[in-house]
Design a protein around this ligand. Structure first.
Ligand code: DGJ
Length: 537
């Protein structure tokens, strides 16, 4: 009897605790994406959040002991979020037997360090290959068939295999269910990346007999319907491919998209898209937080297969969107030199910019200003962040400066009142309009320190007031109306935000700004300054 009473009271307590955390979760919804003004933002605990992150080397987070000493370095590197690999093989070592000890350990360590996590679900694919699938999947090639290249199976799981998709989705759903239980009220986990850099490597498509049959069969009606419904917003290259082949509304893949390896890529994009959308949908049904897919960037002139063919390159993102709607966003792993162009390609058609992998060092310290300032990005994350943390580059200073103005920056992003830039000797000037001014921003030299590069961002915070952050540049204000009054600098103040309120420091109306001839940012360190303008005839 006593025992039953005890069981009963535990059950009642469980319900109360359960409903308390349910109520808490209701009152404080899970991290999610929200359209605010002209942009889509990541909302965490009711506020727009900027991921100032870094991605760990692939294997670091497979060991809690290995991770332990890294956290203080990650904190010192200015990170608020650690992009953390988590593999299927460690979560489900034997079929149906899940082990979440590593997940719980990583959550505990992250909380202790006051860091957030974005988990990378390294499951059926990682960099095109299937090395992170559990061995019970790898060895059962009948149940979990492989891609065929040149007549032989390779170590890439076929994205057309229903059994693989179901097994991956089941494990991912179990993981998300566990994260929901462990984190629905704390929100340590902000997002999930589903798989990693998917696509066929070594050939432009799968040549298994079943894949050949599908390739020579009709293009699925859902894909055609998508092309028709979104014709005006399709990525230009995708639209051109379809229209050049006659904008057909039925036919085989080669008939609808033309006879080239780019059509193989579109075919693989459909297959990977269907698979990953389905896995993502299952995970979201268990715990609905933002989920994205990352991309090993190819190039228009690189043959598919030299980069993973079928991954969400900008020119096939439409195919992925036609394949399902569970994935929230598509992300570039942006190591390419042409940083700005790739940002433009991924910040389009409602896709918000978040890069889970990019270059760190001095390049990263600068590029974060462009991504967040110019493209309303909500996150930035150099790869191999533990090396970065050891190298003590300028990234931490950039992160700290941006973190200090997050509320101002995210409001300006939503209002379309932010610009960001990176200046070099080859690209020393940018121009943009903000409020009633054209701002010309150029590399600068001050006190004998000549800036070889400069970077920063500028927000319009009032009609004649701007907040600037960065180093190594000078800003000229040109009124947009040519027949109105001229504009001059009333005052420039350095300062900081304390509890959201601007606390001015030194007034900088002398040498620092050429006695009012321009708004200048010292090349030696990042400064945060406000300028107010006045008008005269
Ligand atoms: C891109 C991959 O997504 C990462 O996991 C890692 O392998 C890096 N490349 C290595 O540069």
């Amino acid at each position: 009897m006593k025992n039953r009473m005890y069981t009963l009271s535990i059950a009642v307590l469980g319900c109360l605790v359960g409903s308390a955390s349910f109520l808490q979760a209701q009152a404080n919804p899970a991290p999610h994406l929200e359209k605010r003004g002209s942009t889509t933002q990541l909302i965490v605990d009711g506020k727009p959040f900027l991921i100032l992150g870094g991605e760990l080397h692939n294997s670091s987070s497979s060991s809690l002991d290995y991770m332990k000493p890294l956290w203080p370095k990650l904190i010192a590197a200015g990170l608020n979020t650690v992009i953390t690999p988590l593999s299927w093989e460690l979560v489900e070592p034997a079929e149906g037997r899940y082990d979440f000890a590593l997940v719980d350990g990583l959550l505990a360590q992250a909380r202790e360090a006051n860091e957030h996590i974005v988990f990378l679900w390294l499951a059926s694919w990682k960099n095109g290959m299937s090395s992170y699938a559990p061995v019970w999947v790898k060895q059962d090639t009948r149940r979990f068939p492989r891609v065929v290249e040149n007549g032989a199976e390779v170590e890439i799981l076929s994205p057309a295999a229903a059994a693989t998709q179901e097994a991956d989705a089941r494990a991912f759903a179990a993981l998300m269910q566990h994260i929901r239980q462990a984190d629905a009220t704390q929100h340590t986990v902000l997002m999930m990346q589903v798989e990693n850099e998917v696509g066929v490597l070594g050939d432009s498509r799968d040549h298994a007999a079943s894949a050949n049959r599908a390739f020579n069969g009709p293009v699925p009606a859902e894909l055609i319907a998508y092309l028709k419904a979104h014709r005006d917003s399709l990525y230009p290259d995708m639209r051109a491919r379809w229209e050049t082949a006659g904008a057909k509304t039925s036919g085989t893949w080669s008939e609808v998209f033309g006879d080239s390896t780019r059509t193989d890529e579109i075919f693989m994009a459909w297959n990977y898209g269907r698979f990953v959308q389905a896995v993502t949908a299952k995970g979201k049904a268990a715990y609905d937080i933002p989920m994205y897919v990352n991309t090993w960037l190819g190039g228009e002139d690189t043959p598919p297969g030299e980069f993973p063919s079928g991954g969400p390159e900008p020119w096939v993102v439409d195919v992925w969107k036609a394949a399902g709607s569970a994935i929230d966003l598509y992300s570039p792993d942006l190591y390419a030199a042409d940083f700005a162009n790739w940002c433009i390609r991924y910040h389009r058609d409602g896709n918000p910019l978040f890069m889970p992998e990019t270059r760190g060092g001095e390049a990263g310290a600068a590029n974060v200003f462009y991504a967040l300032g110019e493209h309303a990005g909500f996150g930035f994350s150099p790869f191999a962040i533990e090396d970065e943390a050891n190298a003590k580059t300028d990234l931490a200073a950039s992160y700290r400066a941006i973190a200090a103005i997050t509320p101002q920056l995210t409001s300006a992003q939503a209002a379309g009142l932010a610009h960001g830039f990176v200046l070099t000797k080859d690209h020393p000037t940018v121009e943009f309009t903000l409020s009633s001014y054209t701002l010309r921003v150029t590399l600068d030299e001050i006190f004998g320190y000549h800036a070889e590069n400069g970077y920063g961002l500028i927000l319009a915070t009032g009609k004649d007031e701007f907040l600037g952050l960065g180093k190594g540049f000078r800003v000229w204000f040109i009124p947009r109306s040519t027949d109105g009054p001229k504009a001059g600098i009333a005052a420039i103040d350095e300062g900081v935000f304390l509890d959201g309120k601007w606390q001015p420091g030194r007034r900088l109306n002398g040498d620092e700004n050429d006695q009012g001839k321009g708004w200048r940012f010292d090349p030696r360190q990042i400064s945060t300054e406000k300028v107010t303008l006045y008008h005269y005839e």
